[in-house]
Structure formats: structure tokens, C-alpha cells
Design a protein around this ligand. Structure first.
Ligand code: SAH
Length: 452
């Protein structure tokens, strides 16, 4: 996954797809909520404003951090919204964008700073100046490069980032009992036989090349994944022996260990160590950690992505997407988007382990989150503004055009909260990391009210 998505030699996000092709949008491979409707980013912006208010309206030291910002649309919509709250806008010291793709870094710079704005390089990363409030923007390739300081109030956004981080997959297998026969120490004529019980052990599912001349039929590719793509070059095979990762990762949490008793042989898990690293990093920036103590925890992280919300561990969720269709994740590496379900419970566990100064809220369904954040009211406002737009008397054609545009805006935002199978309201979830407050204050969208 790492090689296919972000390798220097040309991963999916780092230059493999041909010039003129795009990952995002109708003509690209997939479409994301901020690209569907501006309302998505506006409501995320409002959520951070509400947190900033609830945490005492700090007048300086605020940082906006976004991981995996794509085309930069979400940050643009958030900044346009935050600008309406000058006291918060003025409290922002800097914006940080964690982005592995050089092409997307430039696209983000063009949107947020203008095409002509220069981008300079330093030891930390790449720098430019934002068109909103002339704020400095710094691009880094990992979150580790962003400095941590106790007095900072970090507001961290992660939308469809965690699903792109590489996973390891494991299966529980029953290892047969071994029989060892040794001569009996007392009676040499009758040797004793020692039988150990069968044991359950984790084995890693490894990516290996498919045999030469494989076809979709010999590989059993699901019909839905064999349209328009050549037979996969790779497949998953169960390792016969323990691997470095199988000895360690599935033993790292009681959630995985419980599967030995609850499910037994055949149980599957997907584990994303990078996701745990990012969640731990967010938590220690907000709540402090032994390495970076923070006397007054502050800031917040908002994570939106898809995955089970009931605490179950994802299984069999690695998928390939191309031109809005499911394809084999093992065909045409580098040319296909890869993703896997996000394990929200694992993010919560990693964050809680990393810092005593935080608490986690959610996951809640995206539809619930956006509805409480006021998506309906915001869309009504937008629609009214669009119909009122322009003082000239609108001719019939113009009126019709406006109506059509308003209809499009309503349809787009309806998709974000649609709980049906084609919609994004239920499969996508929101999780929040906040400074620890003994559960006294729930954040807006997660069961709490605006504390102004
Ligand atoms: N948040 C955006 C884009 C989602 S696509 C949206 O919702 O539209 C995933 C984004 O994460 C892309 O910008 C991709 O280049 C970036 N990305 C993927 N893996 C990454 C990694 N390991 N480190 C940093 N950025 C990564």
C-alpha cells in the first residue's frame, strides 16, 4: 500500500497517474465530501470555531493542521468560514499541511495562496503565504516534522486520510499438536509420548506475485472487479510461518487478543500501525505526553473517514477504486487508488494510550454530525443567497438556470447525509479528540451544545 500510493518512484498520489488525469472529481477516480459540497468544509470550520470558543478563546498560538489535504478544498472552505470570526482568525499563528504528494502540494498552494505565489523550501518543509489573513502555510511530508510546543492550540483535521495508510492483515490459524516421543527415564522398554495441544497462532497475509499466465478465472477475481482491468499482478497468500509483524501487532491490543477465544481459527484482522502513530501524535499535541508535557491541554482533532463504528476490527476491507468503480487492489499498482476501512476503536485506543490529557468522542455517523452542525440551515441560506444573487431582473432563462443550480447544491449536500447504500451519511463516521475534561463537556455534533 505504501509503495503503491506514495513511493518516490511513482505512487498513485506521487506521480504515477498520467498527466491530465486526476484522482478527484467526476472525471477522476473518486469524489470526496469536500469536493461534493462546500458546506462540508464550512461546517468543519464552524466545529473548530465552536471548540476555540469553548476552550476560552485563546488570542494567539492557534495552529490549523490538516493531514492529507487533497486539492486543498476543505482547508479553503474552513478558512473562508473561520475568517467570519475575526478574533479566532487573528489567533492563528500558522497553517500546516501534511502532504506526501508534490503535485498535490502545488495544487493546494495554488488554491490557498494563488498561482503566482512563490513556494520556498526550508529544512522543515515548503512555505508560502495564504490569501486569507496572509497566514504562513508550511507543507511537510509527515506530521513528525511539525514542531510541538506546550503553549500551542492545535486544531487538526483529517478527512479521508487514515483510509490511505498501509494496513497489515492477519489470520488466526490452528497449529496442529506436535508429538514428541522420548525414551522413558524409568522403563527403557516403553518410551513415553508427549502431545502438546493445538495452538492458535496469527499468520500474516502477504502480498506475493501471481503465477505467470494467470487469468481472472484462475485467480477467482470477483466479477465486479474484473471489468476493464488486466488480471492482477499480485495476490494475498497466507504465510506458513510467523513473520515479524504477526508476532507483535495482533498481540498489541486486548481487542485482537480476544478474538482467540471469541472467534478462534479463521479470525481475520487488519491493523494499521501508521494510523496508531498519527492518532498518538494528535493526542500528545492536544493533551501532552511524557516526552512533551503540556500543563494545559488544548486544541482538538476531527477525524472523518469510513469504517465500522461499532468497535469491530476491520477485515477484508482492502479495496481498489478506479473511475468510480471497484477494481482489484492488486491490478495495475500505482494506477489504482487503494484504501481500507478505518478502525476507529484502534484510533481511540492509541490516542488514549499516548496521552492522559485527552478524551475521545464518537465515532458518530457523518449524517448525525453534519445535521447537528446545521447542514440543512446552511444549505437553505446558500439557496436563498443564490436566488437573490444579482439585482437585475432575472429573465425566465436566468431564473431557470438559478433554480437548476440551487437544485444541484441541495442534491450534493443531501448525498453527504444520505443514510442509504449510495449515500455517505452512514458509512462515514466522525471521531473527535479533545482535551480531557472528565466528560463534563461534550463537543458539538457529538452530543454537546455550543458553549459560547
Ligand atoms: N482530504 C482530501 C483528500 C483525500 S485523499 C479530500 O477529502 O478530498 C488522501 C490524501 O492523503 C491525498 O492528499 C494524499 O496525497 C495524501 N496521503 C496519502 N497517504 C499519505 C501519507 N502516507 N502521508 C501524507 N499524505 C498522504
Amino acid at each position: 500500500m505504501r509503495m503503491c500510493l506514495t513511493a518516490d518512484i511513482g505512487g498513485y498520489y506521487t506521480g504515477a497517474i498520467e498527466e491530465g488525469r486526476d484522482q478527484f472529481g467526476l472525471k477522476g477516480d473518486f469524489v470526496t465530501s469536500p469536493e461534493i459540497s462546500q458546506v462540508f468544509g464550512e461546517l468543519c470550520g464552524i466545529w473548530f470555531v465552536a471548540e476555540w470558543m469553548a476552550q476560552g478563546r485563546q488570542s494567539k498560538g492557534v495552529e490549523l493542521i490538516e493531514v492529507g489535504p487533497g486539492r486543498g478544498t476543505l482547508m479553503d472552505d474552513m478558512l473562508r468560514t473561520i475568517r467570519r470570526f475575526p478574533a479566532m482568525a487573528n489567533s492563528i499563528d500558522a497553517i500546516y499541511m501534511v502532504e506526501a504528494s508534490p503535485e498535490l502540494r502545488v495544487a493546494q498552494k495554488n488554491l490557498l495562496c494563488g498561482e503566482d505565489a512563490p513556494m520556498t523550501e526550508s529544512k522543515v518543509g515548503y512555505h508560502s503565504v495564504c490569501k486569507y489573513n496572509a497566514l504562513p502555510i508550511v507543507w511537510t511530508e509527515t506530521i513528525k516534522s511539525i514542531p510541538i510546543a506546550a503553549e500551542k492550540m492545535p486544531f487538526i483535521m483529517a478527512h479521508e486520510f487514515f483510509d490511505a495508510l498501509p494496513i497489515h492483515a492477519f489470520q488466526l490459524v490452528s497449529v496442529p499438536a506436535t508429538q514428541t516421543t522420548s525414551p522413558s527415564p524409568t522403563d527403557t522398554s516403553s518410551p513415553s509420548t508427549k502431545t502438546s495441544h493445538p495452538t492458535l497462532q496469527w499468520r500474516e497475509l502477504l502480498v506475493s506475485p501471481t503465477p505467470p499466465n494467470s487469468t481472472h478465472a484462475t485467480l477467482n477475481t470477483p466479477p465486479s472487479q474484473s471489468r476493464d482491468t488486466p488480471p492482477p499482478d499480485f495476490q494475498l497468500t497466507l504465510s506458513q510461518q510467523p513473520t515479524r509483524h504477526s508476532l507483535y501487532l495482533p498481540e498489541s491490543s486486548p481487542r485482537y487478543r480476544a478474538l482467540k477465544t471469541n472467534v478462534g481459527s479463521g479470525a481475520l484482522v487488519e491493523i494499521c500501525p501508521d494510523a496508531a502513530l498519527y492518532a498518538s501524535d494528535f493526542a500528545s499535541r492536544i493533551g501532552g505526553s511524557p516526552q512533551h508535557p503540556k500543563p494545559r491541554p488544548s486544541g482538538a482533532a476531527l477525524i472523518l473517514d469510513y469504517g465500522p463504528g461499532d468497535g469491530s476490527v476491520p477485515t477484508n476491507s482492502l479495496r481498489g477504486i478506479r473511475r468510480h468503480r471497484r477494481v482489484s487492489p492488486f491490478a495495475e499498482p500505482g494506477l489504482t487508488d487503494l484504501s481500507a476501512d478505518v478502525d476507529f476503536a484502534a484510533l481511540a485506543e492509541a490516542a488514549t494510550r499516548a496521552s492522559d490529557g485527552i478524551e475521545v468522542h464518537g465515532p458518530v455517523a457523518q449524517a448525525d454530525f453534519l445535521e447537528v452542525m446545521g447542514i440543512r440551515e446552511r444549505v437553505d441560506m446558500l439557496a436563498r443567497a443564490m436566488m437573490d444573487d444579482g439585482e437585475l431582473r432575472a429573465g425566465d432563462d436566468e431564473e431557470e438556470g438559478k433554480r437548476k443550480k440551487v437544485e444541484d447544491v441541495r442534491k450534493a449536500s443531501a448525498r453527504l447525509v444520505d443514510r442509504g447504500p449510495g449515500g455517505m451519511g452512514k458509512v462515514y463516521k466522525a471521531l473527535a479528540i479533545l482535551p480531557e475534561n472528565e466528560g463534563r463537556r461534550r463537543p458539538v455534533g457529538f452530543g454537546g451544545d455550543v458553549a459560547a
